[in-house]
Design a protein around this ligand. Structure first.
Ligand SMILES: C[S@@+](CC[C@H](N)C(=O)[O-])C[C@H]1O[C@@H](n2cnc3c(N)ncnc32)[C@H](O)[C@@H]1O
Length: 318
């Protein structure tokens, strides 16, 4: 299992690529998320202070900004994330007044008590040490303040996709395809590109081709086999004629970079799998928050296009 610092690093790496949200959402999903937050903030007052836990590059802030714009309101938004983020410019979040604190784990975030009317999270709260953060939330909220959470659940479509992808990762790793690709590129480097007649290079190429075919065949009957298909296609791409002008040492460096990115992706997926809450874990969070003085006023599956995308939870502080 990855260390906590590696987990943060895997997200830092993701956010540095200037991605706007954690999951590739199609238009319908984006609209569903926008609708969720538009409804959640419909009763908020202008200038309410909002805290977003696990804010990433500000996807939720953008949803709140759109809702605020439509209704002529503004909110004072603070986003927290334990990773290093790389959000768009502050003007993209207008009319919100935005403060983003990265490299700041929620468990130890130095925020004063009773400093927020609203606390929110879009697939962020469940990644944290939930018990510690629930206690913090109870301190940070003002009386009558609200907590709105969208969390991963074990039975959701997103979690099923993570499971499929991790299974494909396992198959890719077991095949050792990337190691074979790196070996052949090194061999070609030794041969100065003159592969013809070299038995070792020929044997490696045959093994690479048969491994690619095997992985492609295994992917065929799988639900959402995108990871494996892309993996095979990138591996083969290292030998494509379009890239023949690229020096072998640069190709090797590219293979190394590709494998590093794969490890980051795997670390993120494993976190997501662990973060997905069971019904029992949701019960536990609800009971703990109730004990801390927050009444649960909404607990339901977040569904669109007839598929589950986690749980929606809302609380109000007594
Ligand atoms: C799935 S992403 C969600 C990001 C964003 N809310 C979105 O919808 O795009 C989870 C985020 O939670 C952050 N995170 C994980 N553990 C955290 C912690 N203990 N404190 C603060 N942020 C954390 C990760 O760094 C990551 O950016």
């Amino acid at each position: 299992m990855a260390e906590r610092s590696e987990e943060a690093l895997s997200w830092s790496n993701f956010w540095q690529a200037e991605l706007s949200r954690a999951f590739a959402a199609d238009e319908a999903q984006e609209q569903a998320l926008q609708n969720f937050w538009t409804a959640a903030c419909s009763s908020w007052n202008t200038k309410d202070r909002v805290l977003d836990i696990g804010c990433g590059n500000g996807a939720l802030a953008l949803s709140l900004a759109a809702a605020a714009r439509e209704t002529g309101r503004t909110f004072s938004y603070t986003g927290l994330d334990q990773a290093a983020i790389n959000p768009p410019s502050h003007s993209d979040f207008e009319p919100l007044n935005v403060v983003l604190r990265d490299n700041t784990p929620a468990e130890t975030a130095p925020l004063p008590d009773s400093s927020f009317e609203r606390i929110v999270s879009q697939y962020g709260f469940e990644y944290c040490d939930r018990k510690a953060v629930r206690t913090k939330i109870a301190f940070w909220l003002v009386p009558d303040g609200t907590l709105s959470l969208l969390v991963h659940s074990q039975d959701s479509q997103l979690t099923a996709e993570v499971r499929y992808t991790l299974e494909q990762f396992r198959m890719a790793e077991e095949s050792a395809l990337l190691v074979l690709v790196a070996r052949l590129v090194s061999r070609l480097h030794q041969l100065g590109g003159a592969e013809t007649g070299d038995r070792q290079a020929r044997a490696m190429r045959e093994l690479i081709n048969s491994t690619c075919q095997e992985l492609t065949d295994k992917a065929e009957p799988m639900p959402n086999p995108y990871f494996l298909r892309n993996f095979v296609s990138v591996c083969l791409g290292f030998f494509s004629s379009d890239r023949s002008h690229i020096p072998h040492d640069v190709r090797l460096a590219n293979i190394f970079e590709f494998s590093k990115q794969l490890l980051f992706q795997k670390t993120r997926l494993e976190q997501q799998q662990r973060a997905a809450l069971s019904e029992g874990e949701i019960d536990e969070s609800v009971a703990h928050l109730e004990n801390l003085g927050l009444r649960c006023k909404r607990r339901e599956a977040f569904v669109f296009n007839a598929e589950h995308f986690g749980f929606a939870l809302e609380f109000v502080k007594r």
